[in-house]
Design a protein around this ligand. Structure first.
Ligand code: SF4
Length: 355
């Protein structure tokens, strides 16, 4: 059974899984029959990591809001048009800038959402980060470019600031894309990719356009290299579209994808697949080792998934107001059962395969 698009966020529907605590309860095996799996922390301990420690922070990732023009079935943020209030404020973004500018090891600012472009301070923030000389990654859902006339200037804006774009495209066919992301998403994504190509994205060395693939059901992604070759061939042949790299991301059992797994009766089987595919070689390259993730309210997390499960950093300061690099350097990364999604097979991170 493949995942099907949704029209409302779990939160708007009053679904229990919109509560992080309830999700953690499910993952612990307490709420699902025959679903207690070996503890992830024991896996890393067996490899000699008594606690998993971070490396210097290189990537400052911000989730600047849960507002989105789409309601994708797999979304671990539970984003959607109904989440208007949860947007990062200008004051919080200013605090982020202060930190980004003062921590030398941070070379990249990775902006995600929701649709980040729907935050009213988005453009100002990108300009400010660029002025600091740091690289900007924007996780653009593509359709936002076509959603409204005011967003059609985005390709030129991205080009001006050499924003590195990472955009989800579940497949090179309409049926698989629309079933996961919503009716009409494929067509708008194709048009947006063509506009990005027109201004030089995917063609010029400093205008990077990467695509993100995630499976449309309870299975692990195929090999990234093979899928990339197929995406490149099909998108060029059918739509004359070019891009730089394709990154494969495993669906983690969090939020809407967790809801799908439970509803479809696939939860235990999928978790077992992740556990069986545990790959020790991925641990050194986990994204939580060199990233800090900031919520729209300014709380700090080891990664975007921990953010959605409200597992704050295990440090004295858990908010931007108490940001202390030395304190964060000594923290233990907070691990839980969803982490099996990052270590399965070739591994999975915001930048695709790990090994
Ligand atoms: S979900 Fe992945 S990135 Fe996040 S803490 Fe777990 S292993 Fe690290």
């Amino acid at each position: 059974m493949s995942i099907k698009q949704r029209t409302k966020s779990l939160k708007a529907k009053g679904n229990k899984l919109s509560d992080a605590f309830y999700q953690l309860n499910v993952l612990s095996g307490k709420d699902v029959k025959d679903a207690a799996f070996p503890k992830f922390v024991d896996k890393t301990k067996a490899l000699g990591y008594d606690t998993l420690r971070p490396k210097p922070i290189e990537i400052f990732q911000l989730n600047i809001g849960k507002l989105c023009n789409q309601t994708c079935a797999h979304c671990h943020v539970d984003a959607g048009p109904d989440r208007k209030e949860e947007n990062m404020s200008r004051a919080t973004l200013e605090k982020c800038l202060e930190i980004i500018g003062s921590v030398d090891t941070i070379h990249t600012v990775d902006i995600t959402g929701g649709a980040p472009e729907m935050n009213p301070h988005f453009k100002w923030f990108v300009e400010e980060v660029s002025a600091l000389g740091k690289k900007v990654i924007n996780r653009c859902n593509l359709t936002i470019i076509m959603a409204n006339k005011k967003y059609q200037e985005l390709p030129a804006f991205f080009k001006k600031h050499k924003v590195h774009l990472m955009s989800s495209l579940p497949y090179f066919s309409k049926s698989r894309t629309d079933s996961q992301r919503g009716d009409g998403v494929f067509e708008d994504s194709i048009k947006a990719l063509q506009l990005l190509n027109e201004v030089g994205y995917g063609k010029e060395d400093d205008l990077i356009l990467d695509l993100i693939y995630n499976p449309s059901g309870a299975f692990l992604p195929a090999a990234q290299e093979t899928l990339q070759a197929e995406f490149k061939r099909q998108l060029k042949r059918k739509y004359d579209i070019v891009f730089d790299s394709l990154f494969c991301i495993t669906n983690l059992p969090v939020s809407r994808f967790l809801d799908y797994l439970l509803e479809s009766g696939n939860y235990s089987e999928y978790m077992q697949k992740l556990v069986d595919a545990f790959n020790p070689m991925t641990v050194e390259g986990l994204m939580c080792r060199n990233t800090i993730s900031v919520s729209w309210e300014g709380y700090l997390y080891d990664c975007d998934f921990n953010q959605m499960l409200d597992l704050k950093v295990a440090a004295k300061g858990t908010h931007l107001d108490d940001f202390d690099v030395e304190d964060l350097k000594n923290r233990a990364i907070v691990l839980n059962q969803h982490c099996y999604g990052c270590t399965a097979g070739a591994g999975s991170s915001c930048g695709g395969e790990i090994t």
